[in-house]
Design a protein around this ligand. Structure first.
Ligand SMILES: Cc1cc2nc3c(=O)[nH]c(=O)nc-3n(C[C@H](O)[C@H](O)[C@H](O)COP(=O)(O)OP(=O)(O)OC[C@H]3O[C@@H](n4cnc5c(N)ncnc54)[C@H](O)[C@@H]3O)c2cc1C
Length: 404
């Protein structure tokens, strides 16, 4: 049995954990990050899962509120630096459009418009009746009465798989150790922590950061569970030819407040080349059949044989309505999951003298994951919290209103 001691160990090599490992390894401490690689096949995988097994995540300054805007802004400022150091490209600043119901009280444009000036976003609002955005994106279509907001660069998308690889590459360049394993238990003793892994290894650490995403409450990682609610997420991958992908190369990312019976809250990335060499437009949304798994068994059941295809017809119809002239070669669903916290912001907090947690992306954690990892790393190393981000929003909180 091998045994090794590290000053700081990050559990979970996902978007937040890999960012935390990069930031921690800048301080010269002995840092390790433990987490499994993406499984080759999800439908028979018996371990833990992640929310980043994909090629496209929307990134933008405008969004839910000014706190999310600042989280994104700090991170976006670092994208080019991480790309340059790792020599891994993950960022495409193609812009974003937000298409909203005209309803004045409950629409997707209120928060972005409130924050756009303060955060310094470059944007243009196309009010009801102004369809001149069609000159920019003639291949897209939306209901005539829906206003549209276009945020220019730095909005666009990041490749979450590539971002994780880039962060891990930088962390290792700075001396961090990457251990491809799954943690199955943490024991806090008076002078240190003992970490057990699925492959039978034992490691010790002075401090631990649990950044295991939706699985943070499983596998005995934390001394007590934190409030996290997991939701299943269904996406479609719509294949287009390489020629079509080229004609859509200036397509922005999309957030669309669709009016439909079975689905809502559409988000979409332009055609991106996936590991199989084909080009897919990725579209996700909430569905009427979304579930709230509470155990690893239920999560595995969802990834293995969840009924994501129940919503394929509704999602296909919504996609084709947005691309009236585009031919799709194949459209299939994929299953994923997200997790929510009571505050609606990621939880970044300290549970004991030695155990810290950074989890709960609330469906929006990719774009600002570098900031979230930076904040968590700062808690361990005693760095100052970042300005513009109210500390209390990120503390462990109780449920007042459950999202379920
Ligand atoms: C379909 C979909 C679309 C999304 N779109 C967007 C978007 O457009 N923009 C955006 O900003 N966000 C988006 N998100 C949200 C974003 O992907 C998540 O918020 C983000 O991945 C959270 O990062 P994380 O590090 O907390 O979790 P993850 O990325 O899931 O990483 C957690 C890691 O922990 C590991 N782990 C778990 N348990 C253990 C264990 N016991 N031992 C060791 N390792 C463990 C896992 O293997 C995983 O690698 C989307 C999410 C989904 C699912």
């Amino acid at each position: 049995m091998s045994k090794r001691h590290f000053s700081q160990v990050v559990i979970g090599a996902g978007l937040i954990g890999s960012a935390a490992a990069r930031h921690l390894s800048q301080t010269g401490e002995q840092v390790a990050i433990i987490g499994p690689a993406e499984p080759a096949v999800l439908t028979d995988h018996t371990g833990v899962f992640a929310s980043h097994y994909d090629q496209g995540r929307l990134t933008h300054l405008i969004g839910k509120d000014i706190v999310w805007a600042h989280l994104a802004k700090y991170a976006i400022t670092n994208y080019e630096k991480i790309e340059a150091q790792s020599k891994i490209d993950f960022y495409s600043p193609v812009g974003l459009i937000v298409v909203s119901k005209p309803d004045k009280t409950n629409n997707y444009l209120r928060a972005p418009l409130e924050t756009a000036e303060e955060i310094g976003a470059h944007y243009k609002l196309y009010s009801v009746g102004d369809r001149s955005w069609k000159n920019l994106f003639p291949y897209l279509d939306y209901p005539a009465e829906f206003p549209l907001l276009h945020e220019d660069e730095p909005a666009g998308y990041i490749n979450p798989r590539a971002l994780v690889e880039a962060q891990l590459t930088c962390a290792q360049q700075q001396g961090a150790t990457l251990i491809r394993d799954t943690v199955i238990g943490i024991d806090e003793q008076a002078s240190h922590l003992v970490i057990q892994t699925a492959s039978g290894k034992t490691y010790t650490a002075d401090q631990i950061l649990v950044a295991s995403g939706a699985s943070s409450n499983f596998n005995n990682l934390l001394p007590r569970p934190i409030p996290l609610k997991i939701k299943t997420e269904t996406i479609i991958l719509a294949e287009v030819s390489a020629e079509t992908a080229a004609t859509l190369s200036d397509m922005p990312t999309v957030i669309y407040q669709i009016e439909a019976d079975q689905i809502d809250d559409i988000y979409m990335a332009p055609p991106i080349q996936y590991p199989d060499g084909r080009y897919y437009i990725k579209m996700g949304c909430n569905t009427a059949g979304d579930q709230w798994p509470t155990s690893l068994d239920e999560i595995q059941a969802w990834f293995h044989h969840g009924r994501s295809d129940d919503y394929l017809p509704a999602m296909r119809e919504a996609l084709q309505a947005q691309f009236p002239q585009t031919e799709f070669l194949d459209i299939h669903t994929h299953r994923c999951f997200v997790c929510y916290t009571p505050s609606g912001y990621p939880t970044i907090d300290q549970l004991t003298g030695r155990i810290f947690v950074a989890a709960g992306g609330n469906g929006s954690g990719a774009k600002g994951s570098d900031t979230l990892g930076r904040l968590a790393a700062g808690l361990l190393s005693g760095a100052e919290w970042l300005p513009d981000l109210p500390r209390d929003l990120f503390r462990i909180q109780k449920w007042h209103i459950s999202p379920k």
